[in-house]
Design a protein around this ligand. Structure first.
Ligand SMILES: Cc1ncc(COP(=O)(O)O)c(C=O)c1O
Length: 425
């Protein structure tokens, strides 16, 4: 007889073989069985409108027919070759066409890896070691990136605090940490340190928007001090606009990293810059000393490449980003209306294409001010949404283009329940 596993059986099995019962990414109390379009189902058959969308890649929804067709066409021809392949070259061309700072790209398998190489590239290019990042900024899991991402301890800027065990003290010494959205703090650090290779920034930090003029201010300071500007566009790339945050905000970094959407749901990420900077990946141009050795088994694999290419082709069609923004705006409005009516302090923080609610009246301009959020209220709100068929991450709503009018209506009813729950608590 066929054995059907319930969600709780899967959770028990996960607890045996996975530390903390999970992959480390997300609440291990839910096991996703499948996704289709705007929806996902758990192993008990519960259905949800999905605003997690794989943490960003599935912008077109799950199993988009054209992406599926491209992947299914590629699969019998080969899944990975390690060697150059035409699909990967086409993907590189498409990225170079779309993203202002990219004259060349190098593929890797994950966003964190792209960020790690972006840091190394900046060091190779400038011959300097220090990296300036922002408190609360996320750049993957390398030792450098794990500095002051979510510090529980408040220290004075620019001291870096590791968020993880296993990171040598010496790494913290190479990092300078500043508050987001504070140009004066950055300027002071640039005046005090002449050994900074790059400033690394999320153009939308988690969900905190850059204040008007802030990114241009960083650009100007970098130019003045001869420091490279790295935009981490793993999330914002092909989401905020086709050309990413750099297109949306009109500020071009020296190096950017891309991930999530460009692999169409498969493991693929990239970093890109001018040919002048990227030459450090080419030993023939820079010699042994300047060469940045880089390779990876899955880099540029053709399945991820065709999925990414097709995703980008669909996104490039007329009106796609207007539609995404309309969906996001409607999701924001329904929550603002319900919370305002209930008299609950709140603030939508972010962009229509990626945002969430902070349960506070205070401004959200950096990591510390975002701490005014009420996490218990947020947890109850999110749990009630989930109990009513809306799936999201704590701290983020990712709208997708697969969201329909019926999904929005379903979400509106769940929001009403969630607002009632926090009003009653
Ligand atoms: C801004 C940013 N940088 C880097 C990463 C790391 O990407 P990956 O999870 O593919 O390693 C993420 C992941 O969410 C991210 O949001």
């Amino acid at each position: 007889m066929l054995k059907i596993n319930t969600q709780s059986e899967w959770i028990d099995r996960a607890n045996t073989v996975l530390p903390a019962g999970g992959f480390g990414n997300f609440d291990p109390g839910i096991i996703i069985a499948r996704g289709e379009g705007s929806r996902v189902w758990d192993e008990d058959g519960n259905e949800y409108v999905d605003y997690l969308i794989g943490s960003g890649p599935m912008l077109l929804g799950h199993g988009h027919p054209e992406v599926m067709e491209a992947v299914l066409e590629q699969l019998p021809k080969g899944m990975t070759f390690f060697a150059n392949n035409a699909r990967g070259i086409e993907l590189a061309e498409a990225i170079v066409d779309a993203v202002p700072c990219c004259e060349q790209v190098r593929f890797v398998a994950s966003g964190g890896e792209a960020d790690m190489y972006a840091i190394r590239l900046a060091r190779a290019y400038t011959g300097r070691d220090k990296i300036l990042k922002f408190e609360g900024g996320y750049h993957g899991m390398s030792a450098e990136a794990q500095m002051s991402l979510a510090p529980s301890r408040r220290v004075n800027f620019p001291q870096a605090v590791p968020d993880s065990a296993g990171i040598p003290e010496s790494v913290a010494e190479q990092m300078l940490v500043a508050p987001y959205n504070d140009l004066e703090a950055v300027e002071n650090l640039l005046n005090e340190h002449d050994d900074i290779a790059a400033i690394m920034v999320e153009p939308l930090q988690r969900i905190i928007p850059a204040l008007p003029g802030y990114l241009q201010g960083l650009r100007d300071l970098c130019d003045k001090h001869n420091v490279l500007l790295i935009f981490d566009e793993i999330v914002t790339g092909f989401r905020l606009a086709f050309g990413g945050a750099q297109e949306r905000y009109g500020v071009t970094p020296d190096i950017c990293t891309l991930g999530k959407i460009i692999g169409g749901g498969f493991p693929l990420a990239a970093l890109g810059a001018s040919a002048e900077i990227m030459k450090h990946f080419d030993k023939a141009q820079v010699g042994e000393e300047g060469w940045l050795m880089q390779l990876g088994t899955l880099s540029g694999n053709p399945v991820a490449s065709v999925a990414g290419l097709k995703t980008m082709e669909v996104l490039g069609r007329e009106g796609m980003y207007d539609r995404l923004r309309e969906i996001g705006a409607e999701l924001q409005k329904m929550q603002v209306d319900a919370l305002t009516q209930a008299g609950i302090p709140h603030r939508i923080c972010g962009d229509e294409t990626l945002f969430d609610i902070y349960f506070t009246d205070a401004d959200c301009r950096d990591y510390r001010s975002a701490q005014h959020d009420d996490p218990q209220r947020g947890a109850l709100y999110n749990a009630t949404l989930r109990a009513n068929g809306v799936f999201k991450a704590p701290g983020k709503v990712y709208p997708s283009l697969a969201v329909t009018a019926a999904d929005l209506e379903h979400t509106r009813l769940a929001v009403e329940k969630a607002v009632q729950a926090i009003s009653a608590a």
